[in-house]
Design a protein around this ligand. Sequence first.
Ligand SMILES: *[C@@H]1O[C@H](CO)[C@@H](O)[C@H](O)[C@H]1NC(C)=O
Ligand SMILES: *[C@@H]1O[C@H](CO)[C@@H](O)[C@H](O)[C@H]1NC(C)=O
Ligand SMILES: *[C@@H]1O[C@H](CO)[C@@H](O)[C@H](O)[C@H]1NC(C)=O
Ligand SMILES: *[C@@H]1O[C@H](CO)[C@@H](O)[C@H](O)[C@H]1NC(C)=O
Ligand SMILES: *[C@@H]1O[C@H](CO)[C@@H](O)[C@H](O)[C@H]1NC(C)=O
Ligand SMILES: *[C@@H]1O[C@H](CO)[C@@H](O)[C@H](O)[C@H]1NC(C)=O
Length: 810
Amino acid sequence: MAHSALYDLHFLLIPLFLLATIAPSIHQSIPLGTTIFAVDENSSWVSPSGEFAFGFRHLPNNDSLFLLAIWFHKIPERTVVWSANRDSPVQRESRVELVNNGHLVLYNREGREIWKKPKAINARAASASMLDTGNLVLLSMDSSTIWESFNEPTDTILPSQTLTKPSKLSSRRSEKDYSKGQFELRLQEDGDLMLYTVPLEGEFTYSNYWSTNTAGSGSQVIFNESGYIYLTQINGTSVSLTPGNIVSTQEFYHRATLDFDGVIRQYVYPRTLDSTVGWAQSWSNVWYQPPNVCLAVFFAIGSGTCGFNSYCALDENQRTTCHCPPGYSYLDPNNTFGGCKQDFVPQSCESGGSIEASQFELKEMRNVDWPLNDYERYFPINENLCRQECLLDCFCAVAVFKDDTCWKKKVPLGNGKMDYGVSRKTLLKTPRGNLTLQTAPPPTSSCREKKDRTALILIGSVLFGGSGLLNLLLLLAISMVLLYSRHQRKVRFQRHDASMLGIRILSFTFKELEQATNGFKEELDRGAFGAIYKGALVLESRHLIAVKMLDNVVAEGESNKEFETEVAAIGQTHHKNLARLLGFCNEGLHQLLVYEFMSSGSLASFLFGSIRPNWNQRTQIALGIARGLVYLHEECSSQIIHCDINPQNILLDESLTPRISGFGLAKLMKADQTRSITGIRGTRGYVSPEWFMDMPITAKVDVYSFGVLLLEIICCRRNLEMGLENEERVILTEWAYDCYAETRLDLLVENDEDAKDDLKRVERMVMVAIWCLQENPTMRPSMMKVTEMLEGVVEVSKPLHPYSTSSVFS
Ligand SMILES: *[C@@H]1O[C@H](CO)[C@@H](O)[C@H](O)[C@H]1NC(C)=O
Ligand SMILES: *[C@@H]1O[C@H](CO)[C@@H](O)[C@H](O)[C@H]1NC(C)=O
Ligand SMILES: *[C@@H]1O[C@H](CO)[C@@H](O)[C@H](O)[C@H]1NC(C)=O
Ligand SMILES: *[C@@H]1O[C@H](CO)[C@@H](O)[C@H](O)[C@H]1NC(C)=O
Ligand SMILES: *[C@@H]1O[C@H](CO)[C@@H](O)[C@H](O)[C@H]1NC(C)=O
Ligand SMILES: *[C@@H]1O[C@H](CO)[C@@H](O)[C@H](O)[C@H]1NC(C)=O
């Protein structure tokens, strides 16, 4: 390797008193042709006093990379105050050379030019000098300065340095990463001195977060030799940045740095131990701006001080710290300012988020806020509903509640801050508990889902096929899941606890529902089990609800528990053809259920109203209802018999998908009540014959009601239509059989061209309906069979007359 010129003046015998002063007059001239190699940190050009040096330094975060820099040479920290190649560090054996043509050039290991001063080809330096001020200068033949590092500051200014318009300091990225960061201090052309955030890549300027407000009057920023920093103004006055008196530059080293947290700070470091008793041998901060950067950096776009999904706080020494909320971790573990990432699989958006809502919970974060990430707001609303809104929405990462207002926030979260002034309640969505075993079955599901069964099979096969240790771990994990689920069950019914019922349904007070329905003012319907009222949880129409007030509530005590057990079972159901239960109220004699409000109303109003759905829509609706019933009858661990299938109980959503509502209510009634005539659960005209006889009530009662409904869907008329001229048409179920027997099905769909063109399907549907209407329940097909017949995947055999087997009952 070539000789590296060693200009280290460290060991020169300079009288001690000289070291304690700034002596810019002493020049140590560095001639042309001098080179420093990036080998170790000892090769450098040192200022005459030995206080500053220019050369290569290892990057703190990568020993094999070098920074061409100027640093405080006498303090152990070797604090870097300037660098030439912060964004392109060079490898070992790169070199900086004061080339014979008069330029100071940094070459990388391959000999390529990385950096060159002065830039102009015809500007030529005759020598260089590292001054005791920390300024590196290139001098011409007549000793005038043709370039100086003080005119191109990086993130630090030093006593005797002046910033002229326009100039800027730009922070480093993190404590150990010297590359350009996201903050700038600018002395603008207009004279204003401002702090800005900038993106790490690309050219864009966010708004400023601090300013001296000297536009039009500001002139220069001066860091004078006594250690005072001020902004001079055109009229001769100045705005002081250094407040009050400051320790002398005789006894202390001074610097002002725009730190990587976006704060401009002035620091001092004692030159010797003797003269500075009581001062630590380290950099002490004497002032800083802005007062609280966590609160100052606050823009609609951009991440804020700490990066996305993070929050900013000041520690007891006024240092800025960045924290990841629970469930999040630093994107780069070596840089806490780089933001945080989610450590969990985000909530699935299937059904908007409700499917997985039970797997998430809301954690209260004290004094923490992300002020600008709102995408939705509700007013007025209570906290309970605010929580529910967030949990049921896959986009919601944080809910903030204050007074009667709820804000929903999305990721990435920006401008996070911790501040004791935060009086709002911040609720962060995180996965529930400590489960990392994603394949585990959900703790409290009474309805089976294909997904979960595969998971169990998977666990099973891994258990028997895997290694012993793996099995042990899996067993541990599974038992944890089981423990967890047992715990879940215990806490399930605590009032107003958002975690109850695995989130799917919430508990309301009677008063809340009274308010939500405006005192039960608007009655939507009155069914076999009670009246339904329209309500609103918030003003927006999206949050309209339907509140069902159950009649004939039995006295408190055991029945209240049963009610909640049933509600829990209903809450476990989810199928696209079932109405979603949002919550309930169980206060003494008040038992109410809260459903989402369906904008298209009930099938009854649709079917029998003036604008009828077309034939194709009707066949789809029929099929949807059948599928919903299959789910209730066959896919829940304890079968749910609806007992009151009628067009009033079928609701339609915006896309005309039928949603069965009111299911699960039959069991809420006292057992003996369901048997008495007065207690028949069902609606006149849809009730199957066994209700009137001493027969067990089975799922087949729903099949019967479905048969009636199916005919109504085919014909767009009610089962019973009094006052018809044609008397044999009054009861649809009887007339339909007659039409079928006489092969005059066209009469049933007289005014419906589409259906008349599809008579084969009309016939199949009518045949299915007649099967459903068999008086003998055992003759009725199951809903599964009904679905298959409607879908056309199985043949429909010729139905018998509905009363042909009535003798069974006599
Ligand atoms: C560099 O200097 C330090 C002390 O200043 C010394 O310990 C080290 O050996 C030197 N390294 C080389 C390569 O000269
Ligand atoms: C250090 O830098 C070198 C050269 O760019 C690179 O190959 C190496 O991976 C870096 N090491 C670390 C720990 O980042
Ligand atoms: C630096 O500024 C301060 C405050 O404005 C002043 O008191 C002091 O004399 C100045 N020092 C020099 C060397 O100009
Ligand atoms: C100088 O200019 C500043 C800003 O415009 C103003 O506030 C101040 O009063 C002026 N002072 C004098 C002495 O004119
Ligand atoms: C963090 O720094 C250490 C040492 O400097 C390095 O080994 C590690 O790779 C770094 N991690 C990341 C994620 O950059
Ligand atoms: C999660 O599990 C780990 C290991 O079993 C345990 O150390 C930790 O405390 C648990 N955390 C919570 C929040 O329960």
